[in-house]
Design a protein. Structure first.
Length: 79
């Protein structure tokens, strides 16, 4: 009998892949690239594709980081 599938499925999701993708997305957004551009990058495709990309973008940790960047930008403008 041949096993087909991921033998490590019992370990659950791979948060390190999402964390790396989140870092990439935030870095590229800071470089003033649009989400549509970033979604089409070869790195995103290798990392897990469009479904993982949009799941990471909608994740509360990503949104919180983006909000912190915006707050920081506004604070820098005030000074």
């Amino acid at each position: 009998m041949r096993f087909s599938g991921n033998p490590y499925l019992f370990l659950g999701r791979r948060p390190f892949r999402e964390a790396r993708l989140r870092s990439y997305i935030l870095r590229e957004l800071r470089r003033a690239r649009s989400l549509d551009e970033i979604a089409g990058d070869p790195y995103v495709q290798r990392c897990g594709g469009a479904s993982l990309f949009w799941r990471v973008v909608q994740d509360p940790a990503t949104i919180e980081s983006l909000e912190a960047d915006i707050r920081h930008s506004f604070e820098a403008l005030k000074q």
